[in-house]
Design a binder for this molecule. Structure first.
Ligand code: PLP
Length: 378
């Protein structure tokens, strides 16, 4: 069969999708450019790695991998329920929170339903709803990178089934304040589910002005799913485990109908329990990231680079040049970032806060890249 015929085997929604921009691996960059030293700062990973107790918990779980995992994650469920003060039956678990985004789109969206999100966006907030046949309305953030609450409210219609966005925003790093969140909750149409993606919650939770989003959303009485993950601050990205807090156990039941029964593996469940228990390690991560983030932002500013204030473990910045050109120049120096591709943001890149030495390598490589581009355009 010809490629064009093979394309026709897929559903129309799938044919029209762009591929997910997952970025390059360290190994790929090392090979392509013959480099030894790589700074992988494209996927918001935690340079400190997981809590020390995680390794032992994983080893124990590995001795039992002949057995299916607990389909309902009872041990982790109990631990999270106690920590969050949320009833156990209000929790759902996914093979990463990405898994939950996919399930949510398939459970709640029908053809021609509408989803409101923001731009620039986390790609999957577009991809999964589009794949389900829904229409996605992306509301641009303001010029300062803040949530444009009046524009988001204006985009809501009786056909809006999901209001779905991340705060802290990935990729921008800014957060929705209490007042804006309340305004959105008050404006939600009937039959609209709030999907609040709080993947970077741990990084933001102690920052001045960051609201207790869970409490505010709970108090609204509106139907919601609030998503969190063990991939970011807990440093378990390679294991794939995330969770959601739902307003009503019925929502958990609906999600259960479409998730694969054993979607969270045994090793990930054990690791998450161990990671959750080590608050000191989490605080060490938060302290490291806050300090390095401030140092990087100051260094970018000193280079005359515009960078949006961030409460997460990354910075979103623009240069006078095309992001893809800067990205290529950085890759040649062993630095992996995420150049932005959405229309209107193609001069922006996102850099994760890494180890101090990786961040130094990034700053040095960026200075070189900018100097080269300036010479070229002079
Ligand atoms: C990283 C990220 C996720 C995905 O997390 P996983 O649990 O690793 O699937 C979800 N939402 C946002 C906004 C993210 O940045």
């Amino acid at each position: 069969m010809k490629t064009s015929d093979l394309q026709l085997l897929a559903r129309a929604e799938v044919r029209d999708l762009a591929s997910y921009n997952a970025g390059l691996s360290s190994e790929a960059v090392r090979k392509r450019f013959g480099l030894t030293r790589i700074a992988k700062l494209g996927s918001n990973e935690n340079p400190l790695g997981p809590a020390p107790a995680v390794a032992a918990a994983m080893a124990q779980a590995c001795s039992e991998i002949a057995l299916y995992p607990d389909a309902s994650c009872q041990t982790l469920r109990a631990a999270l329920s106690a920590k969050l003060g949320v009833p156990a039956e209000h929790l759902v678990f996914g093979n990463g929170s990405e898994d939950l985004l996919s399930i949510i789109s398939r459970v709640f969206l029908d053809h021609d339903d509408q989803v409101v999100t923001v731009v620039p966006s986390f790609g999957l907030h577009f991809i999964y709803p589009l794949a389900a046949g829904a229409q996605v309305i992306g509301v641009p953030m303001t010029a300062a990178g803040e949530f444009d609450v009046p524009a988001m409210i204006a985009a809501l219609t009786p056909r809006t089934r999901l209001l779905m966005f991340s705060s802290p925003s990935n990729p921008v790093g800014t957060t929705l304040g209490a007042e804006g969140l309340q305004q959105l909750l008050d404006a939600l149409p009937a039959h609209c589910l709030m999907v609040f993606d709080e993947a970077y919650y741990e990084y933001a939770q102690f920052e001045a002005g960051y609201p207790d989003c869970l409490s505010l959303i709970q108090a609204s009485g509106r139907p919601f799913i609030l998503l969190r993950t063990f991939s970011k601050a807990y440093s378990l990205a390679g294991l794939r485990i995330g969770y959601g807090i739902v307003s009503d156990p019925l929502l958990a039941d609906l999600i259960d109908r479409l998730r694969t029964p054993f979607n969270v593996n045994r090793v990930a469940q054990a690791a998450a329990v161990a990671a959750l228990a080590d608050e000191a390690h989490l605080h060490a991560t938060l302290e490291h990231v806050a300090g390095e983030r401030q140092r990087m932002a100051a260094a970018l500013q000193a280079m005359d680079i515009h960078c949006v204030p961030s409460m997460a473990n990354f910075l979103f910045f623009s240069t006078p040049f095309n992001a893809e050109a800067i990205n290529q120049a950085l890759l040649r120096q062993g630095v992996i970032l995420k150049p932005w591709r959405e229309a209107g943001y193609t001069d922006y890149l996102r850099v994760s806060v890494g180890s101090a030495s990786d961040n130094d390598l990034f700053l040095e490589a960026l200075a070189n890249a900018l100097a080269t581009q300036q010479t070229r355009s002079a």
